[in-house]
Design a protein around this ligand. Structure first.
Ligand SMILES: CC(C)(COP(=O)(O)OP(=O)(O)OC[C@H]1O[C@@H](n2cnc3c(N)ncnc32)[C@H](O)[C@@H]1OP(=O)(O)O)[C@@H](O)C(=O)NCCC(=O)NCCS
Length: 166
């Protein structure tokens, strides 16, 4: 299957919802990452990447949000691949595409809640203890970040929240 990677546009909304519902199921809105998104994170459609199949249907999504934790930061998630397309490398490709867009845009760093084993090949590492908290419980072993340019994470400290002035 060949996929096309594109930035998010309004016409993709229904397709994105469908993939998120199918991939996450009913627990979708219970995650701590969802609390971050509710609390003033700003969606960046131009940095978000979607995978479209040959028919132009959304089969994967990797959303990117602007947040702050002492300094500006990007927040990755939700990441989801339609169950019919999982385990073929698409999830990791979506992360790579989004990270490349974030880096090209001049972003300083990206934070995500996820499995280190999955995100490590793209360069994500566990956030050192005491640096970052989220507005809800999170397993510290699943709190990961990626520096996009030298020193980009140096000033990141505290709870992840809304971008000031928004
Ligand atoms: C997680 C998800 C996006 C991965 O997409 P995918 O297209 O199946 O992933 P890939 O094929 O690129 O997988 C790459 C590698 O990650 C591994 N992997 C996949 N999901 C994983 C997970 N939850 N934890 C650890 N490793 C995982 C795969 O086994 C694979 O490794 P391998 O090649 O050594 O076997 C997809 O399974 C999904 O939508 N799951 C439900 C939603 C979810 O849990 N999202 C993640 C929130 S951070």
């Amino acid at each position: 299957m060949a996929y096309t990677f594109v930035a998010e546009r309004p016409e993709h909304a229904a397709g994105i919802e469908r993939v998120l519902d199918r991939a996450f199921g009913p627990g979708r809105f219970a995650k701590t990452s969802e609390r971050v998104r509710e609390r003033g994170a700003v969606l960046e459609p131009s940095l978000t990447r979607l995978a479209l199949n040959d028919a132009g249907e959304v089969v994967g999504v990797c959303r990117i949000w602007r947040v702050e934790a002492g300094a500006p930061l990007l927040f990755l998630g939700p990441l989801a691949v339609d169950p019919s397309e999982q385990s073929a490398g698409l999830g990791l490709s979506l992360v790579r595409e989004s990270v490349a867009a974030c880096r090209a845009s001049g972003g300083s760093g990206i934070i995500v809640v996820g499995a280190e084993r999955f995100f490590a090949p793209v360069g994500f590492a566990i956030v050192p203890p005491g640096r970052v908290t989220l507005p809800g419980p999170v397993d510290p072993a699943r709190l990961l970040w990626l520096e996009l340019r030298p020193g980009g994470l140096d000033k990141v400290q505290g709870e992840v929240g809304a971008v000031r002035g928004v």
